[in-house]
Design a protein around this ligand. Structure first.
Ligand code: ATP
Length: 612
């Protein structure tokens, strides 16, 4: 990382650089000034808007004492217009508040939690949207009277489903982001994740929708009053429009002023909504990396290759998986199995490499252990035992607690797993704060962890946003976050794939050092057999959703037992050429080299792992 952390431009500052937003601000300022004046008039001279002067009917604009003239009752048009602003804006504010207060939380819950809550809320929203709004409003006014508060509350209820659907769709999109998974694994609760990470993404489209809906609320309220369905005791722009319409022949300006007020206010909402949305979106996307697409993959699952059944897990293993089967809906009412009876075991303080070709089910197996499978996935059978306790038999909340307490996760793509909207310091201290650690101590611990990760200027990194650090640095930050809670098991999914070779070896050394220091077990998901030789004690080879071979790493390299293991080893590119077939001698030489590195990096650990 070379650049010093720069402060990001504030979205509001960016918004006011847009001339259309400035125009919206100016128009809104006029409306707000009228609103403030209306409160003053209501306090100083409440009868002012109704005061008639029978000697000054329909006075033209500019008449002394009457800037906009008078109406056909001799009442001052400007004072009435200002007073009408208050009722109109309050009415719109009621509708908007109801729509946002109902739509946003419902959308967050439905999008984030899914399940029956989403089905029920979606059904309610569909029902509300299928009703003709104007007819419903008229029926409510006919039944409950012309109170503006009631009609505007009803309008808010009818606008809420649109907000709900927008928010739900946004939450659906962000829920799949890797940094949400990372936040969960770090132990943050749902409420905190929604408040900190999800709401930020939802805010830009919601701001635009609020702008549009404010305009709709003003227009509907004005329309109802114009056609005589408003509260006759309240002056609004709609009522003034109606009076102006009746006086079109004598004083057509009476129709123009409230019309202008309505148009300029609606315009101001739209311009501002657009401008602020654009600024927020720019601020969000400027730093947001592309997340990994985890949509249902189209890669076909290759047929299972029969082979020697791996040994059943031993009772003394820290973590064991037995005959795990994970399925996804296949789109035609059935299930497709992506993990098809995986069995493996991880000893305390040792490292197991989970290898296999792309799509063989490594990540899905790891996600099952981490309790991170997507909602659509089902664990169809099998056992996952942690310290002998079958996790799958625990109630979901207890399972989640147990997993978060014991297992940490270093994900595949460092950048996608950091929320671009927060500093590194914030993201490292947040999980500690959620566990009750005080602010100062959390910061001190985070700084210490970064230093332990080999970061020479932890203070600067703490102040940086993810886009201001390199990939290698981001990976160190994620490892720091993962080990902050002193887990007994670390699941690392391709921790070095996205990094260049020199950084890769530094990260491997770091993991090795941390493992020895913290006495944790590591499950390393990888394609890279060099990394396996370098770091692992044992290997489990996956093929088409099954573990086809488990072996100590030296045995795996010297005498792989399964045909698929030999094929994997044969596919490793050699320095000068690609070997046509598995070459035991070359594999053995590669192993000797990796072993030499391994023992020189951690002389205290013997081949095969002391804990085995
Ligand atoms: N959300 C999903 N819906 C349906 N199928 C999925 C989903 N996620 C993954 N799969 C399928 O599960 C299978 C195993 O995927 P997994 O990600 O575990 O493979 P992997 O061995 O980790 O591959 P890679 O090394 O490329 O990450 C693949 O066939 C994939 O298409």
């Amino acid at each position: 990382m070379s650049a010093a952390p720069a402060r990001r431009a504030s979205p509001l500052r960016a918004a006011v650089r847009n001339p259309l937003t400035v125009a919206g601000l100016v128009l809104l300022a006029v409306t707000l000034t009228a609103l403030a004046a209306a409160f003053v008039i209501g306090w100083v001279d409440p009868s002012g808007p109704a005061k008639a002067n029978l000697h000054g009917l329909n006075a033209p604009p500019g008449t002394p004492g009457h800037l906009l003239g008078t109406d056909n009752g001799g009442r001052d048009v400007l004072i009435r217009l200002v007073a009408a602003t208050k009722a109109t804006m309050l009415g719109a504010a009621v509708a908007l508040t109801v729509a946002v207060a109902l739509g946003v939380p419902a959308g967050l819950v439905a999008g984030y939690r899914g399940g029956w809550a989403e089905t029920a809320l979606e059904w309610l929203a569909g029902l509300a949207m299928s009703l003709p709004s104007l007819m419903v409003l008229m029926a409510i006014i006919a039944g409950l009277g012309t109170s503006m508060w009631i009609s505007m509350t009803a309008l808010g209820c009818m606008m809420a489903p649109a907000v709900f659907r927008l928010v739900r769709a946004q939450v659906h999109a962000v829920r799949r982001e890797l940094y949400i998974d990372a936040a969960k694994v770090a132990g943050l609760g749902d409420a905190r994740i929604i408040a900190r990470h999800v709401l930020r993404v939802v805010r830009a489209p919601v701001v635009l929708m609020v702008g549009v809906m404010s305009g709709v609320a003003v227009t509907v309220q004005t329309g109802l009053d114009f056609i005589g369905l408003g509260d006759p005791s309240t002056i609004t722009w709609g009522r003034m429009l109606s009076e102006g319409f009746e006086a079109l022949d004598t004083n057509r300006l009476l129709f123009v002023w409230p019309g202008l007020a309505m148009v300029s206010t609606v315009m101001s909402f739209l311009l501002l909504g657009n401008g602020v949305r654009d600024a927020l979106q720019r601020a969000d996307t400027a730093t947001r990396p592309r997340g990994r697409d985890r949509s249902p993959a189209s890669r076909p699952v290759p047929p299972a290759v029969p082979g020697p059944r791996p040994k059943p897990p031993r009772p003394d293993e820290l973590l064991s998986v037995c005959d795990l089967v994970v399925g996804y809906p296949d789109g035609s009412g059935g299930l497709v199995e992506v993990v098809r009876g995986a069995t493996l075991g991880l000893n305390a303080e040792s490292t197991l490499g989970l290898v296999g070709e792309s799509g063989s089910g490594k990540t899905q197996t790891a996600f099952a252990l981490l309790d991170l499978l997507p909602r659509q996935a089902t664990i169809l059978s099998g056992e996952i035992r942690l310290d002998g306790v079958d996790l799958l038999s625990l109630p979901p909340a207890e399972r989640e607690r147990t997993v978060r307490r014991t297992i940490a996760y270093v994900p595949q793509e460092p950048m996608s797993n950091l929320d671009p909207a927060f500093t590194i310091g914030h993201q490292l201290t947040e999980p500690l704060r959620a566990r009750g650690v005080g602010r100062a101590e959390a910061r001190a611990r985070a700084r210490g962890l970064l230093a332990r990760m080999g970061i020479s200027d932890p203070d600067r990194v703490m102040r940086s946003y993810p886009h201001q650090i390199s990939g290698g640095m981001a990976q160190r930050v994620l490892i720091a976050g993962a080990v902050a809670t002193e887990p007994r098991i670390l699941v690392a999914d391709e921790p070095t794939t996205a990094l260049d070779v020199t950084v890769q070896s530094e990260i491997l050394d770091l993991l090795r050092g941390l493992q020895a220091e913290m006495r944790m077990a590591i499950l390393l998901v990888t394609h890279d057999l060099g990394v396996v030789a370098d770091l692992c004690d044992d290997v489990a080879v996956m093929r088409a959703g099954r573990v086809v071979e488990t072996a100590p790493v030296d045995v795996f390299f010297r005498a792989p037992g399964h045909e698929h293991s030999r094929a994997l080893l044969a596919a490793v590119p050699d320095e000068g050429h690609v070997r046509p077939d598995y070459d035991a001698e070359a594999a053995s030489a590669a192993w000797d080299l990796a072993y030499a590195r391994k023992t020189s990096a951690s002389p205290d650990r013997s081949l095969g792992g002391a804990g085995r």
